[in-house]
Design a binder for this molecule. Structure first.
Ligand code: NAD
Ligand code: ZN
Length: 345
């Protein structure tokens, strides 16, 4: 089969011919139809310090995928050959304290598809059947391929009730834009999104943001004045991983404001802890998706809201056949894009 592979330690990827993965008794084998590109894949391709410390080549990369089940192990229940599925990219141990309590997103032994085991930028991928989320047969395959990042957005945005709240989102990457759509759907009053890219802020506007802030020209304080907010934002969703974004967010929260942080910083940084403490601001880190309550919530929201469905689908700005994977990576690296999806069918 075709597989986009990290063959040796160092920068670069190769589209090579590899044996098809074997399906274990509790696994499903999925014929990949679409796969989404994520920042993780760029780190793996570029081979930064994180990639060098994490990956053991040879490795097929890719973890955002949608496809058709072509084989199910004898012990599998609930997923069958012919089902269309999206993949949950975190494979958990099932036996640690959190797993046994049903908090699988907090598993201490999480392994990443396409990071710690062979991934989905290939004709076939094998995952535990529990990692396959069965989708309606008529779901748009492109939309099916972005359920993993949509799950990040949903998990982060729905940490607290949003009805009537003023929400600020820092970072208009694909996940920040999808979070804006979810916040709108979930009943926020104002949704404000910041980024340094006008291209990306335009996507956030289409997704339902009331106001966008280009941080190269304005601040979140300007946005507050523009909207007439007197006390600050109620809810912050940090989707950039950029220290200045977090600083500006904390500066502009109401007392008692709550911030969910998904963006991963490249290095540790300083914060105005005095403000966090005296304003009683809650900071909560977010990882992955709740397995599988986040999946349930996003499936039902997408199934019942045409507006949300199209807001999420418009985040996919570029599509490439798998053979043009190098162009797909180049586009994702450029930042002049929303989500980039590869067609493996
Ligand atoms: P992305 O890199 O495409 O988007 C990040 C955006 O932040 C970019 O558009 C960038 O221009 C913007 N940005 C940079 N500095 C900014 C600033 N000062 N203010 C406002 N915006 C700024 O990433 P993505 O795919 O949308 O993912 C969002 C973040 O979530 C990334 O940091 C990613 O690493 C992280 N992530 C975390 C998890 C998790 O489980 N915690 C999972 C997936 C992704
Ligand atoms: Zn576990």
């Amino acid at each position: 089969m075709r597989a986009l592979t990290k063959l040796t330690a160092g920068p670069g990827l190769e589209l090579v011919d590899r044996p098809e993965p074997q399906c274990g008794p509790r696994d499903v084998k999925v014929r990949v139809l679409r796969a989404g590109l994520c920042g993780t894949d760029l780190h793996l391709a570029g081979w930064d310090d994180w990639a060098a410390a994490t990956v053991v080549p040879p490795l097929v990369i890719g973890h955002e995928f949608y496809g058709e089940v072509v084989e199910a192990g004898p012990a599998v229940v609930g997923v069958k050959v012919g089902d269309r599925v999206s993949g949950e990219g975190h494979v958990v141990c099932g036996r640690c304290r959190n797993c046994r309590a049903g908090r699988r997103h907090l598993c201490i032994r999480t392994k990443g598809v396409g990071v710690n085991r062979d991934g989905a930028f290939a004709d076939y991928v094998v995952v535990p059947a529990t990692n396959a989320w069965v989708q309606p047969a008529d779901l748009d395959p492109d939309l099916g391929a972005v359920f993993d990042p949509l799950g990040n957005a949903t998990h982060t945005a729905l940490q607290w009730p949003l009805i009537g709240e003023d929400v600020v989102i820092t970072g208009a990457g694909p996940i920040g834009v999808m979070a804006a759509a979810i916040a709108r759907h979930a009943g926020a009053r104002y949704v404000v999104v910041s980024d340094a890219s006008d291209y990306r802020l335009a996507l956030a506007e289409k997704a339902g943001a009331d106001l966008t802030v280009n941080v190269t020209r304005e601040t979140l304080g300007d946005a507050q004045r523009h909207l007439g907010l007197k006390e600050g934002f109620d809810i912050g969703l940090e989707m950039s991983g950029a220290a200045p974004a977090v600083t500006d967010m904390i500066e502009n929260m109401n007392h008692g404001g709550r911030i969910a942080l998904l963006g991963l910083p490249h290095a540790s940084y300083e914060l105005d802890w005095g403000k966090v403490i005296t304003h009683m601001i809650t900071l909560k880190g977010i990882y992955g998706r709740e397995m599988y309550d986040t999946w349930y919530a996003m499936s039902q929201m997408v199934a019942t809201s045409e507006r949300l469905r199209s807001a999420v689908t418009q985040v996919i700005t570029h599509r490439f056949p798998a053979e043009q994977w190098a162009d797909a990576f180049e586009t994702a690296r450029s930042g002049q894009c929303g989500k980039v999806v590869m067609d493996w069918s």
